[in-house]
Design a protein around this ligand. Structure first.
Ligand code: NAD
Length: 258
């Protein structure tokens, strides 16, 4: 692998030659904000078993268990702030370079960093809200977790008494159609996609960078571990995402002022 500086220079020249830049992000962009990724030790994912969508719908015990996990995860999320990789993506948008952020994350840190809501596509939903599965009424997750103990971990809608469910996509739940469609549209338009912090093992989300690649886009991978798709990357970085994004942003600012 070339040195860090060479790879940054190479990336800057690809950025300069691109007209429609997008980013695809996964749990790895948020580890430096204190949210463990899926496969590292220490996350709620390690201590709780998976509850599928079908179990959530059919079993009161499964719902209670799921809500306990969500309470713990939400309390952790409320303490986390965007890191330099998130803020660099927000700055790239302000510079007019970044057109969309397609994320698998549910932590809303791209919103908190300052990317425009209409440019963020959340493929797996968001932990900011819960909703009624009957009438669709939306609730702030922060408020729902406050009442969980009072309602024996089975919160219900105050309009229609339907079950509340976190607005994240559970295992076995269909992907949100609109988000998937928008993500594919962006992957069609993009000529450069940053792939930041994903093992690319969760489908169909992982098909987005593959789709962009097969439509002729260049890809810059910023991921600590190897992925099965590293061959698609024109440049790849194993360094921490915040370090790489900082270096790219500073390089772009230098180019602009020179
Ligand atoms: P993953 O855990 O499978 O892979 C994360 C990848 O990021 C790993 O390959 C790791 O090497 C890399 N990584 C970790 N820290 C990094 C850093 N600082 N810089 C660069 N690379 C780093 O994550 P995934 O592919 O997103 O799949 C996990 C699924 O779980 C997703 O569907 C997501 O919805 C969910 N999830 C979300 C969050 C979140 O919202 N923050 C956290 C955990 C899991």
């Amino acid at each position: 692998m070339e040195g860090f500086r060479e790879r940054i220079q190479k990336s800057l020249s690809i950025i300069r030659d691109s007209s429609y830049i997008t980013a695809f992000t996964g749990a790895g962009i948020s580890t430096e904000s204190g949210i463990p990724d899926f496969r590292s030790p220490g996350g709620v994912w390690e201590r709780y078993r998976i509850v599928t969508y079908q179990e959530f719908l059919s079993s009161s015990e499964a719902r209670k268990y799921y809500w306990k996990m969500k309470k713990e995860f939400t309390e952790q999320l409320l303490r986390c702030k965007p890191n330099r990789a998130h803020t660099a993506l927000a700055e790239l948008e302000k510079m007019g370079l970044l057109k969309a952020v397609i994320t698998q994350n549910i932590d809303a840190l791209h919103h908190k960093a300052g990317n425009s809501p209409e440019k963020i596509i959340e493929l797996h939903g968001t932990n900011l809200y819960a909703h009624c599965i009957q009438c669709g009424k939306r609730y702030l997750m922060e408020e729902v977790i406050k009442i969980l103990e009072d309602v024996n971990y089975e919160p219900r809608c105050d309009e229609c008494n339907g079950l509340l469910k976190p607005s994240t996509v559970a295992f076995g739940e269909p992907m949100p159609e609109d988000e998937m469609k928008r993500a594919l549209e962006e992957a069609t338009k993009t000529d450069l996609m940053f792939m930041i912090g994903s093992s690319l093992q969760v489908e169909p989300a992982a098909s987005i960078p593959r789709f962009a690649y097969h439509r002729g886009a260049k890809l810059i991978f910023i991921n600590r571990a190897e992925t099965p798709y590293d061959y698609m990357a024109t440049v790849y970085f194993r360094e921490p995402a915040s370090e790489v994004m900082d270096a790219l942003l500073n390089g772009l600012k230098d180019l602009k002022s020179s």
